[in-house]
Design a protein around this ligand. Structure first.
Ligand code: GA4
Length: 312
């Protein structure tokens, strides 16, 4: 866990608020496409996930984290299982405890909370709807060019629950935004796209191209999407894999759930030929998801994981 005294920077230009996409309106595809280019991040409203389901998932997450540590550590393991403070295996730490699950296993036979894990389908469906709208916004045909990468049986998707307990190390008397405690350090997600839902506690921040950090106001009834590294490559850098982080809160618990939509291990990732005129314009060397995943899991959170795959 890092206690930093660095001031939270103020955006210099061009940012007014987090882009909001009404998924029930097909015309939102243009705003979605622009949000992916400008920020790699947007909020989705008017989705079809019921508030009942969301509150069941929420309740199960809270119940799980309320269990005694001895019970939670019974499902500890890497990469899947319970973890506290340590993130990944390269020395990163944060003010967080979490549960990481493979979203494609048969969870009936796993010691994880039942409802959460029998529901990756809901997240998969919403992710595919969003990716199809995005592909349409890019003018690419067929519409399932991106969604087919994350919709099959063998895709490598992850479901994550994070709990950021209130942090007593934060000095409440300090009103100028310095003295922050990192809940989850800055990073980009390696997969194709990620979907996040949190309770009503803020903490998530995204990094803009001018280097400033923007706090994302919490909205428990919406889902937040972020472009991840593999989608940046597929779009030859047109869409930005957004750097993000979570700050701990001095008084309130933050609970979030995230679905990381990944392709199958053998999927080749390279800029789509319809987005480049010739091979020379490709910014990245081709890789398979399995190659990228292996190099990712040996890296530090804040590393630029795409750099080794950039064309010289
Ligand atoms: C970031 C996105 C997902 O949370 C995750 C993370 C994974 C982990 O927590 O084990 C990683 C991180 C994430 C990227 C770099 C490596 C691996 C921690 C870390 C230091 C589950 C994922 O797929 O990559």
């Amino acid at each position: 866990m890092t206690v930093s005294s660095k001031l939270v920077e103020v955006p210099k230009s061009g940012f007014s608020s987090i882009p909001v996409i009404d998924i029930s309106d097909p015309e939102s595809k243009h705003d979605m496409e622009k949000a992916c280019e400008d920020f790699g991040f947007f909020k989705v409203i008017n989705h079809s996930v019921s508030s009942e389901l969301v509150s069941v998932l929420d309740h199960e997450a809270v119940e799980f984290f309320s269990l005694p540590t001895s019970q939670k550590t019974q499902v500890a393991g890497y990469p899947f299982g319970y973890g506290k403070r340590a993130i990944g295996r390269s020395g990163d730490v944060g003010w967080v405890e979490y549960l990481l699950m493979n979203a494609n296993l048969d969870f009936g036979s796993h010691p994880f909370p039942p409802g959460l894990l029998q529901n990756p389908e809901t997240f998969r469906k919403m992710t595919c709807d969003v990716l199809e709208m995005m592909t349409d916004g890019l003018g690419i045909k067929p519409r399932n060019t991106h969604s087919k990468l994350v919709s099959g049986e063998n895709t490598d998707s992850i479901f994550r629950l994070n709990h950021y307990p209130p942090c007593p190390l934060i000095n409440n008397n300090n009103t100028n935004g310095s003295n922050i405690v990192i809940g989850f350090g800055e990073h980009t997600d390696p997969q194709i796209i990620s979907v996040l839902r949190s309770n009503n506690t803020c903490g998530l921040q995204i990094n803009l191209s001018d280097g400033s950090w923007i706090s994302v106001p919490s909205d428990p009834s919406s889902f937040f999407f972020n472009v991840s590294d593999s989608l940046q490559v597929l779009t030859n850098g047109r869409f930005k894999s957004v750097k993000h982080r979570v700050l701990a809160n001095s008084r309130k618990s933050r609970v979030s759930m995230i679905y990381f939509a990944g392709p199958s291990l053998t999927q080749r990732i390279a800029p789509l030929t319809c987005l480049i005129d010739n091979e020379d314009e490709s910014l990245y060397e081709e890789f398979t998801w399995s190659e990228y995943k292996n190099s990712t899991y040996n890296s530090r959170l804040s590393d630029n994981r795409l750099q080794p795959f950039e064309k010289k």
